[in-house]
Ligand binder design. Structure first.
Ligand code: NAD
Length: 425
């Protein structure tokens, strides 16, 4: 099956320079893929952009832009998070939708990839405004999402609370309760035990496996974590419980540092009511940029994309970079880290714990049978350990870095399914 490259649009929202596209191209080279199939995979299958009018508390109407990008449904329903951030762009969401396709394929879960976003700073809205925004966005997307079609989940700036509003709005419009339309929802409406810690848990498991590959263990390992939101906080708590020394963490307000290890339990309690990391009593303050280049064994970017760049990659002292965030490393920086022998556990592997437990939540919902946390964590452990082992084996076999190895496995799986299904008509 071939399609001509000229027939495939290459819209501005997917730039060939994007990290996601470049990694796809590199994997395609290794796999000797037909360029026309690669051309299909470079662009999202569907892009939905809506305007979201919201009545603000002062009576005025503000209009927000919302996107949902559905990259591929070759392996199953579209799946991916929904982010609320003031500078969200369609291009960013498109690249992240593609990453979701590879992540699900790599982990062997039956989903395609999607991502959504609304250009809004959620902290600038009241609770009522946020709820009206979320419900109106959902109602605009009601024909585009669904438990067999496209299943959103929390991401930057959203949480179980927004998922509950989406589930309720969707259910109200179709006339019956549809818990499976979102994952990462509260336990009381069909959420899964273990989902809130899942992305951090996945990062912990892949780090533990990578350290073991080098005959090292978590206990005593020094770790710096950028971002102290849902992912960073969970990762910090889990690393600390395993005896690792979390020497620095940061959020948007700045970072804190203690070479003897921060008290993560106290810090997690401290920020629970919205306090900033930088205000944690008694901590030594460090700038956000400084956290990335601290002396430590493992650096965990868990905030937003493009944090490790050609400006700071040469200064990084960690031996392992664990990409708990999506796309935290630019292409140039990735090359520099590779040259310097720093091992990067790529995002599509290191932060896949979230989508794995989302999948487990969806499976539990579809079977009306809910598991205890031990069972959820056991399934997560199995999937993460086996994905890491496959990536490592591929890297050793082909003498390529872990990121490229992960991409070759993921892209290969999607291409195989695409070829078997064929092109309609
Ligand atoms: P979140 O909104 O809960 O937290 C983001 C954190 O990053 C906050 O603490 C924020 O203050 C901080 N931050 C933002 N900019 C920063 C900067 N420049 N320096 C330091 N800190 C900064 O979001 P999250 O859900 O924790 O997501 C974090 C990353 O993990 C994103 O890249 C997201 O796509 C990815 N991810 C999330 C999940 C999930 O289950 N939530 C799953 C997979 C991947």
């Amino acid at each position: 099956m071939t399609v001509s490259l000229e027939q495939v649009p290459n819209p501005a929202y997917i730039c060939p320079d994007d990290m996601a596209c470049s990694n796809l191209d590199r994997a395609a080279q290794v796999l000797h893929l037909d360029p026309s199939i690669v051309a299909v995979l470079r662009v999202p299958k569907r892009v939905v952009t809506v305007s979201i009018p919201v009545r603000m508390d002062n009576g005025q109407i503000r209009v927000f832009a919302g996107h949902r990008v559905q990259h591929s449904n070759v392996l199953g329903p579209y799946k991916g998070g929904l982010r609320y951030r003031d500078d969200v762009t369609l291009r960013e969401v498109s690249a992240l939708a593609m990453l979701m396709t590879w992540k699900c394929a790599l982990l062997g879960i039956p989903y395609g990839g999607a991502k959504g976003g609304v250009a809004v700073d959620p902290r600038s809205l009241s609770l009522g405004e946020l709820e009206r925004l979320t419900r109106r966005f959902t109602s605009e997307l009601v024909r585009d999402i669904g438990p067999q079609l496209d299943i959103p989940a929390p991401d930057v700036g959203t949480s179980a609370r927004e998922m509950a509003w989406i589930m309720d709005t969707y259910s109200t419009s179709v006339g019956h309760a549809v818990p499976g339309v979102v994952t990462g929802k509260p336990l009381s409406i069909g959420g899964s035990r273990g989902r809130d810690m899942a992305t951090g848990m996945g990062a912990l498991i892949t780090t533990r496996e990578a350290l073991a590959t080098a005959n090292r263990q978590l206990a005593g390992t020094t770790i710096a974590i950028q971002g102290f939101g849902k992912v960073g906080r969970a990762a910090a708590e889990l690393f600390a419980r395993q005896g690792a020394r979390v020497v620095a963490v940061s959020d948007g307000s700045g970072g804190i540092y203690d070479p003897d290890g921060l008290n993560i339990e106290h810090l997690a309690d401290f920020v629970r009511d919205g306090s900033k990391v930088a205000h944690f009593p008694g901590a030594k303050l460090i700038p956000n940029a400084g956290l990335l280049t601290l002396a430590c064994d493992v650096l965990v970017p868990a905030a937003v994309e493009n944090q490790i760049t050609d400006k700071n990659a040469r200064l990084i002292q960690a031996k392992w970079v664990v990409e708990a965030a999506n796309a935290p490393t630019t292409l140039e920086a990735d090359r520099i880290l590779e040259e310097r022998g720093i091992i990067v556990l790529p995002d599509i592997l290191a932060n896949a714990g979230g989508v794995v437990v989302s999948y487990l939540e969806w499976v539990q919902g579809l079977s009306y049978l809910f598991w205890d946390e031990e069972k959820v964590n056991h399934e997560l452990e199995k999937l993460m350990v086996s994905a890491y082992a496959r990536v490592l084996q591929q890297a050793n076999h082909l003498h390529i870095p872990l990121r490229l190895a992960a991409y070759t496995l993921a892209v290969g799986r999607v291409v195989e399914a695409f070829s078997v299904r064929g092109l309609y008509p």
